[in-house]
Design a protein. Structure first.
Length: 567
């Protein structure tokens, strides 16, 4: 499948939307050559219009303005942009070192020093040489001083930092998002790490290079790679031959791996590359230009799970009892007994639908029930957030009183086994939402402080036995609304909203690849649940349960409250 267009926005245009881990461009360590047969024609022609070269007798300001505009032309290793540089700088300048995304055209102003001008920019985001995109702070600006000198009577740039500058509209035309495929520590699930690259024939090589370099900071320690640390490409590019991306690695990789690890390497590369370009249908792992003997069938059978699906039924509360809701009807849950005395709210359900948890109505007790009859209070705290199960049956909640504390417990062990998860960056924040991803390697966290909400995706670091130990410093996700609750609806998509029983509520689907979609507003929505994708989003509207139908909401049931899919 070809990469989708960037930031497809329905209902709201987000020019430089989400921070995703991830921005873009092509790494500059070592030579980067063009792949042979590295993509179809439509991919290779998406590198933007060819910019104009320098005009004769241009002033220093005009030369710098022309150089900035030439950042839209990545053809021939940014040949036009290099023509604005002195010969010495042209040979060393690294356009992919950093990309500044600007909200408007930069100002180029003269300085008192002859041959020096200053570029003043309003920056909305940056993309580094590993493809990692970072939103800038609101109102952020940056200034760059540029030194020019005359070459054969013409001004040329002799000193400027590496990188290019693009207005948001040009960035959206030239760059696209791609997901690297790492593993959770059990090698069960594929965990996406979104990066950004200039479209074109070098995308395949860029993806392999950054994959070998390892995950983004917020995922370090939360995911693993099958490749030995320090692995690099053995060739300057990744050619595509008869639909197969040929990834050539050094002999050390063969010497330090067994067959199972090589199968995992192949799966990791396939999860990253297959479908990135229309022309890639498979991956061939090479060692010193010779194909590595890997049983592709066996590798496919052991491939990690991508886009883990949740069961169709949801746990809900009906007349103070837990039920399973599906398709407009509900039924009691066998084996858990009555919970009415607890006046349950905010229930959660494990993926096998045998373990359940909920909060007492005062939000001070986290209580668990199991279909085998196990029951009891797991944890007592203050203003606890809605519980969430991860796929390894750890039950999560957070203290929402402002202490910023996160807790887990092994499901089925009420009254014991509670574990505080280290998250120093959350201390002092008011956590209103904590939901674990379906791969168990990431957490969606929402905090609200001083009336301002923040959305974070954090990596989950675990001990060798799987016990959650730490939440990494969160990757911020930008929303256009004040929100306090959210759920996962896929590997890279979440839906968030500012729950309220009176105010108008506009749910918003946010993707880690930068897309955003506003859903139809509802006058008062207090609970949110999400299944497999954007068509399985439910809201509680008073006593009514609403489901998303295209661009509106449809009433599905009355008196079915606080629904939640597994997780």
């Amino acid at each position: 499948m070809s990469p989708k267009p960037i930031r497809i926005v329905l209902g709201l245009a987000m020019a430089a939307a989400l921070f995703l881990t991830g921005c873009s461009s092509i790494p500059t360590s070592g030579p980067v050559g063009l792949s042979e047969d590295s993509g179809n024609a439509s991919q290779q022609n998406q590198q933007g219009p060819a910019p104009a070269g320098p005009q004769d007798n241009g002033s220093p300001q005009a030369i710098v303005q022309g150089f900035v505009r030439a950042g839209i032309g990545s053809q021939d290793e940014y040949a036009v942009a290099r023509s604005y540089l002195t010969p010495g700088l042209s040979s060393t300048w690294k356009p992919d070192q950093r990309t500044l995304v600007l909200s408007s055209a930069p100002r180029v102003v003269a300085t008192p020093t002859p041959g020096t001008v200053r570029i003043v920019m309003a920056v909305t985001a940056t993309v580094d040489d590993q493809g990692i995109y970072r939103d800038a702070a609101d109102g952020a600006t940056e200034s760059l001083d540029v030194t020019l000198q005359k070459i054969d009577g013409q001004w040329r740039i002799g000193k400027i930092p590496d990188g290019i500058m693009l207005q948001s509209r040009d960035f959206n035309l030239l760059f696209d998002s791609y997901s690297l495929a790492f593993y959770d520590p059990t090698y069960t699930y594929s965990v996406p790490d979104v990066r950004w690259f200039v479209r074109g024939p070098r995308v395949t090589t860029s993806l392999v290079r950054v994959l070998l370099n390892g995950p983004a900071d917020y995922l370090k320690g939360a995911v693993v790679s099958a490749f030995p640390e320090g692995t690099t490409l053995n060739t300057p590019s990744v050619p595509i031959v008869s639909g197969a991306a040929e990834v050539d690695l050094p002999q050390q990789v063969l010497d330090s791996s067994d067959q199972k690890q090589r199968e995992r390497m192949l799966n990791e590369l396939s999860g990253t590359l297959v479908g990135v370009l229309d022309s890639i249908s498979s991956v061939r792992l090479m060692i010193n230009q010779r194909p590595l003997d890997i049983d592709a069938g066996e590798a496919a059978r052991s491939a990690p799970v991508k886009q883990k699906q949740v069961p169709a039924s949801q746990v809900a509360v009906v007349r103070n009892e837990l039920v399973l809701y599906q398709g407009g009807g509900y039924r009691p849950i066998d084996g858990i007994g009555s919970v009415a005395a607890d006046k349950p709210i905010d229930p959660a359900m494990s993926y096998d639908q045998r373990r359940f948890a909920y909060l007492s109505s005062d939000r001070r007790r986290l209580i668990s029930r199991s279909t085998d009859g196990t029951r009891g209070t797991v944890f007592t705290g203050s203003a606890l957030t809605r519980p969430s199960f991860d796929p390894f049956d750890w039950l999560w909640t957070a203290d929402g009183s402002g202490a910023g504390l996160v807790y887990t417990a092994a499901a089925g062990r009420p009254g014991g086994g509670v574990n505080e998860v280290s998250a120093p960056w959350l201390r002092g924040r008011t956590i209103t939402n904590l939901r674990l991803s379906r791969d168990g390697a990431r957490a969606l966290i929402i905090t609200v402080d001083d009336g301002k909400s923040s959305i974070w995706i954090s990596g989950v670091r675990r001990a060798a036995d799987g016990t959650p130990r730490e939440l990494t410093a969160g990757l911020p996700i930008r929303s256009t609304h004040q929100v306090n609750t959210g759920v996962w609806i896929g590997d890279t998509e979440i839906v968030v909203m500012g729950a309220s029983d009176k105010a108008s509520v506009t749910p918003e689907v946010l993707s880690l690849d930068g897309q955003a979609q506003e859903l139809a507003p509802v006058r008062g929505a207090t609970s949110l649940s999400g299944g497999n994708g954007t068509q399985e989003i439910y809201l509680q509207y008073g006593q009514e349960l609403l489901v998303r139908v295209d661009m509106s909401w449809s009433n599905q049931a009355t008196g079915v409250l606080d629904t939640a899919f597994a997780g």
